[in-house]
Ligand binder design. Structure first.
Ligand code: PXP
Length: 243
């Protein structure tokens, strides 16, 4: 069954808007777990614009499912990951120069820095994923590194209008998934997935994990976090939401 990692950064963004204590992403994580999340995903950014070090430390103590930390391949943030020891890190771009045109990590341009960050986490026993566009050259370059997974960037698929354009992007994801599978690493995907577009991605062969934030947190605002997570799990299985 495909795992669901619930990204709770947006809860922290709302808290930071007032600089106070609420809403607390630690509460959001507990409720997401109660709703059936298989993992909690957070992005500690170098500028700490949403998730704070306090959140990371408390979540490490309280999260009982997998904790996935998204981070840039920068020494200071990798040091923090090595200290707190999430179950998984996903290396993502933060600075303009690290981005490909589509938004994944540019392994071809920053190979040495990414290799070093991945190796440091891997050698500390943390699973490593790289967030990449479904671009064959990027995927092939990634397979030479010490990684356990590739998270395919689904933004272009999610932003395409339904019909031929979206079908073309789904095909690119399918081809990317085949390259990842041939390299013997796990297939993850995320960005822009919602209740209506998630199923074809969840059904890609060998899909292991989806990381979804914005649509779940948006629905949680009206339906509550537990229900929003349960309904996403149902959407990933092609089942009606139920209650
Ligand atoms: N995966 C990665 C690597 C991300 O950076 C993000 C966005 O923070 C997500 C998944 C979740 O994207 P969304 O909030 O659009 O569901």
């Amino acid at each position: 069954m495909v795992r669901l990692g619930v990204n709770i950064d947006h809860v922290a963004t709302l808290r930071q808007a007032r600089g106070g204590k609420e809403p607390d992403p630690v509460w959001a994580a507990a409720l997401a777990e109660l709703g059936g999340a298989d993992g909690i995903t957070i992005h500690v950014r170098e500028d700490r614009r949403h998730i704070q070090d306090r959140d990371l430390r408390l979540l490490r103590e309280t999260v009982q499912v997998r904790l996935n930390l998204e981070l840039a391949a920068a020494d200071e943030i990798v040091d923090l990951a090595l200290e707190v020891r999430p179950d998984q890190v996903t290396l993502v771009p933060e600075r303009r120069e690290e981005l490909t045109t589509e938004g994944g990590l540019d392994v071809l341009a920053h190979r040495e820095r990414i290799r070093r960050a991945a190796a440091r986490c891997h050698d500390a026993g943390i699973e490593v994923a790289l967030f990449l566009d479904p671009e064959p050259a990027q995927l092939e370059a990634a397979l030479d590194l010490k990684i356990q997974a590739v998270e395919l960037h689904t933004g272009r698929y999610a932003n395409s209008p339904e019909g031929t354009a979206r079908d073309r992007e789904l095909l690119a994801l399918r081809e990317g998934a085949a390259i990842i599978g041939s390299g013997g690493v796990e297939l993850h995907a995320g960005h822009g997935l919602n209740y209506r577009n998630v199923l074809p991605v969840a059904e890609l062969p060998r899909m292991c994990e989806l990381n979804i934030g914005h649509s779940i947190v948006s629905r949680a605002l009206f339906a509550g976090m537990e229900r929003a997570v349960r309904e996403m799990l149902a959407a990933m299985r092609g089942e009606p939401p139920g209650l």
